[in-house]
Design a protein around this ligand. Sequence first.
Ligand SMILES: O=P(O)(O)OC[C@H]1O[C@](O)(COP(=O)(O)O)[C@@H](O)[C@@H]1O
Ligand SMILES: [Mg+2]
Ligand SMILES: [Mg+2]
Length: 322
Amino acid sequence: MTARTDLAAHLASLDLPQGLTQTLTIAAAACVEIRKIVSGGALVGALGASGAVNVQDEEQKKLDVISNDVLTDRLLACPAVAGVASEEMDTVQPATNPAGEYLVLFDPLDGSSNIDINAPVGTIVSVLKSPSATPTEADFLQSGRQQVAALYAVYAGQAMLVLTTGKGVAGFTLSHDGEWLMTHEDVRIPADTKEFAINMSNQRHWAESVQRYVDGCLQGADGPRGKNFNMRWVAAMVADVHRILMRGGVFLYPWDKREPNKPGKLRLMYEGNPMSFLVEQAGGKSTTDGKQAIMDVTPTELHQRVPVVLGSANEVDQIAAA
Ligand SMILES: O=P(O)(O)OC[C@H]1O[C@](O)(COP(=O)(O)O)[C@@H](O)[C@@H]1O
Ligand SMILES: [Mg+2]
Ligand SMILES: [Mg+2]
């Protein structure tokens, strides 16, 4: 059997700046640590609430806090990192690395409501160039187009890490020896699909266009789309997007009428941008509404929310036209 390419060999083949390779290597190793803690579950005290709330007023789970600490500690100790920002921290954390060149933004544990029921969760990471070795919050507010890398790790039956540095998308599976080995060399999202993902319990709050789109899917072969659709909702964006990268589909977390001034639930800097980079690099589309690319949104706040409509290109176009 020929040996598989490991993450280190893949990064070397991409001819990246040394500091970026170092940053991605550390982020990927932190994901292995988090995977071990997720796998330990109740045995390692990883389940349940932490008793605290984050800056977005959401209850923090113990695993949100533990994962955040692992990523923050490891990345701030990486000489190439100038600073980090996280969904779980109020403010940015500058490093004290004189040669720091990269900013790393992350959702340390995505799909928090899945932790206690042993369903898939993950980690999402976005990497930007830092304008300075002593960055301020304003330095982090770069659009998704400025990202130099994005990755996620999904902790499910298998742990997988999916990465882009702007030259396509590669997927790695965690071996029993704790190594990320390439199993998916060139991930491509099919342009067409018969599968959509949305939290249907919010239906009455959606905009008319989203109602029309989903209604068309539900009518199946008897309706305007002329084909039957299936629906999936893992309640962890990382796992829903992973499914789309593996076999196509669309994922929607749209704006809704409940809080008209709140753009959506998901966060631009930690969820929207890194997932959009991966989806676009795999040939899909990632938008706020079927039309406007998420990566073109100019960020104004660190914890900014964004509506998300992403996935198979032709299906995203259907949503735009609904
Ligand atoms: O509770 P809902 O509406 O199903 O929301 C699920 C969505 O919320 C999230 O869990 C938010 O992420 P966090 O768990 O990182 O806060 C997404 O991963 C997921 O798509
Ligand atoms: Mg999340
Ligand atoms: Mg989270």
